[in-house]
Ligand binder design. Sequence first.
Ligand code: AMP
Ligand code: GLY
Length: 425
Amino acid sequence: MKILVIGSGGREHALVWKIAQSPKVEKIYAAPGNAGIAELAECVAIKATDVESLASFAERNHIDLTVVGPESPLIAGVVDVFEGRGLTIFGPSKEPARLEGSKVYAKEVMRRYHIPTADFCAFSDPQAAAEYAHKRFSEGAKGLVVKADGEAAGKGVFVVHQLVEALEVIRSLMEERVLGDAGARIVMEEVLTGEEASLMAITDGMTALPLPPVQDYKRALDHDMGANTGGMGSICPLRIVTPEMQQQALEQIIHPAIRATRDAGIPFRGVLYAGIMVTEEGLKTLEFNVRFGDPETQAVLPLLENDLVEVMHAAVECRLEEVTLHWKPRYAVCVVIASGGYPGKYETGFPIEGLDRAAEIPECVVFHAGTRKEGGKVVTAGGRVLGVTALGDTLAQARGRAYEAVRCIRFDYMHYREDIGLKWI
Ligand code: AMP
Ligand code: GLY
């Protein structure tokens, strides 16, 4: 089989790495890929959002299966375009991808299908939004979460603790449009407290096969300080989510959301990801994503025993009922190494040393994210540069190996968190 993977981050490197282990696969292409992906796949210079060019490439090269990493092409309708041309692709169509593309839509689905989530209101008028914030704070609310409706690459959510802050966020999103049209509508909801977990399931629109729970470390600095990022590390499995809780999440969150997409006419196929808060009152849904998480995937896929290509094929052909996922009884820890300054401004182009030494640590894989080749050397090319994953019999062993590998690697101004997985040891 010939496979095309769309995207260029650590998640896509993990996908390519796993796909390359399938005996069914003769050739992998990645668009646009990165320096690590280039070791396993032929990288083609097509942007992940250039949907028409991707489909033409897949047609010309007789691609048997296309796998979409990031959300943008899914929200833009890459699956509809591919299927319209008779091409096989793993991921949800544009309509069900609205679960990630619109926070208002996702919250309305949650309300309609009784999916546990924070109380909320949606606004398209800044004045009404400001009045609501006034009302909530005058009623004694300790905080409020303000979310831009549209796609904002993780930059659209603000947890505020004072009315002035809330008003400032409303103004910048809705009036100044700092995030463009993403801020044309907003959701405001109550602040939840607890542990966050990422629960992903592979689904064909009927059957949903859960992946083990993962924890993503979202903040830039140790002890969850600093700005929100795309994710600075991940651990899997996350034991605070018990098998009973996972079952409950399937029944109360994942399946109702899939049912909602069936009821709306186009069943969700692909990976449905529920961002969950484990609160004292039980599990609450923070958000839906319509794809594999990044860096969750870098911790999950190394634990999967199955041939991922077979699983994705079964999903596309609506025969997931026949599939059982098998997991290594191990722990995985992924530590992200970022460019100094990320998620704010940072420089790129710094040579990366020590990649070979890191790869020699037992049960360790270095996934590339923002990297490229320059004159035979691997250099930094993005905010999140590498994701170093290691496995172990215990979380402590996996963590020890991941950090041992991280310490082999050097580039100017590199930054990583020291506390990935630490609080669970
Ligand atoms: P979202 O994209 O909606 O998952 O939001 C991004 C991040 O904001 C989440 O991972 C949480 O850390 C935080 N967040 C979102 N909604 C809430 C909420 N209702 N209460 C507390 N934190 C939240
Ligand atoms: N790590 C969070 C996400 O993939 O959205």
